[in-house]
Ligand binder design. Structure first.
Ligand SMILES: Cc1cc2nc3c(=O)[nH]c(=O)nc-3n(C[C@H](O)[C@H](O)[C@H](O)COP(=O)(O)O)c2cc1C
Length: 320
């Protein structure tokens, strides 16, 4: 199974979603190291904020030196900033530019009139797509007009995560367009990826929350799609090393205290489904500095102890 976005052929038809507040350079490196991910996105970027100079600089941290392929998601409702932002991304050698027409957050939809609000306005969506089609890679693509691929999250902006992803709706999109459709929503293991592809007819799948809980999910899905046995999850020692590596990178970037605070939201997700997770979550969310964090991890994963790998369950209902 092959997924092409314009002229770019992905090694695996499995994508890591843009996740505001999470998919920074440190997390992207972790996902890449586990393997199996065909395309990974940065956090979403406000085109106007970037052009106007108000974008937090860490938003595109490390993209110049990072491995490719790499995707960046832009949002805005005006053509001019999107056009300029797309030009800058082309200059940076970004592989894929994704336009956000799905964000249900009040600030993005209401105040900014962007995100999912634009789904009611196909003409504006069309104009914004045209404005950002400056990437030579995309311009060289077979598509005469419009986007090279589309990712569809099978929910409306009013749906909560409690409403199951609507695969039939994604199938309708697949049947309505000739460009590749990437299905997104409720893919949290190899079996749900395979079922999503079968039921939607999509060309690939994108994973968001499942990657925050189990960043090795991409290698599992990629193996299943090749018809191979799903590889075992990381061992007890590897999961411990993952938590400590992520934390060490975070405090190197953000300092001991703030890096530990930022790391808590990743740690509670990594711990999802583990025996005693609730107890450790309480402790880890109280860690105020690196020593406290490391000490909690040592207790959770004693060097010689046995631990059950986290299950595939996830419970993140918060869209940033
Ligand atoms: C914390 C959080 C932040 C998100 N940020 C973005 C974002 O910046 N851009 C975007 O297109 N989707 C964002 N999403 C939505 C996901 O990309 C995805 O569409 C949705 O979570 C469904 O996929 P899943 O079931 O694999 O989580 C976010 C989701 C979560 C939980």
């Amino acid at each position: 199974m092959t997924l092409r976005i314009g002229p770019v052929e992905l090694a695996h038809p499995v994508l890591s979603a843009p996740i505001a507040g999470f998919t920074d350079r440190i997390f992207r490196d972790i996902v890449r190291d586990f393997g199996g991910c065909g395309l990974i996105y940065t956090e979403m970027v406000s085109a106007g904020g970037w052009i106007g100079g108000s974008m937090p600089p860490e938003r595109l941290d490390g993209v110049t030196t990072e491995a490719r392929p790499l995707g960046v998601q832009l949002w805005d409702r005006e053509e001019a900033p999107l056009e300029e932002a797309a030009r800058r991304l082309v200059d940076l050698g970004i592989t894929v530019i994704d336009l956000n027409f799905g964000c249900p957050k009040k600030r993005i939809m209401g105040k900014c009139g962007a995100g999912a609000t634009l789904l009611r306005d196909p003409a504006t969506v069309g104009r914004l797509v045209v404005a950002t089609r400056t990437a030579p890679a995309v311009a060289r693509s077979a598509a005469d007009n419009g986007a090279a691929a589309v990712t569809v999250h099978g929910r409306t902006a009013d749906d909560s995560y409690g409403v199951p992803c609507d695969r039939a709706m994604i199938r309708e999109v697949v049947e309505a367009v000739s460009i590749p459709v990437i299905a997104n929503g409720d893919v949290h293991d190899a079996a749900s990826a395979v079922a999503t592809l079968r039921e939607t007819g999509a060309a690939g799948v994108m994973v968001a929350r499942g990657a925050l809980t189990r960043p090795w999910i991409f290698r599992e899905i990629a193996a299943a799609l090749r018809g191979e046995a799903v590889p075992a999850p990381p061992s007890h020692a590897e999961q411990r090393a993952l938590l400590l590596r992520h934390h060490a990178a975070m405090i190197e970037r953000e300092g001991d205290r703030w890096g530990t605070v930022v790391m808590r939201k990743f740690a509670v997700r990594y711990l999802t489904g583990m025996p005693g997770a609730r107890h450790f979550r309480e402790q880890i969310t109280r860690a105020e500095n690196g020593a406290q964090f490391r000490e909690t991890v040592e207790r959770l994963f004693p060097e010689a102890g046995a631990a059950t790998p986290p299950s595939t369950a996830f419970e993140d209902n918060a869209c940033a």
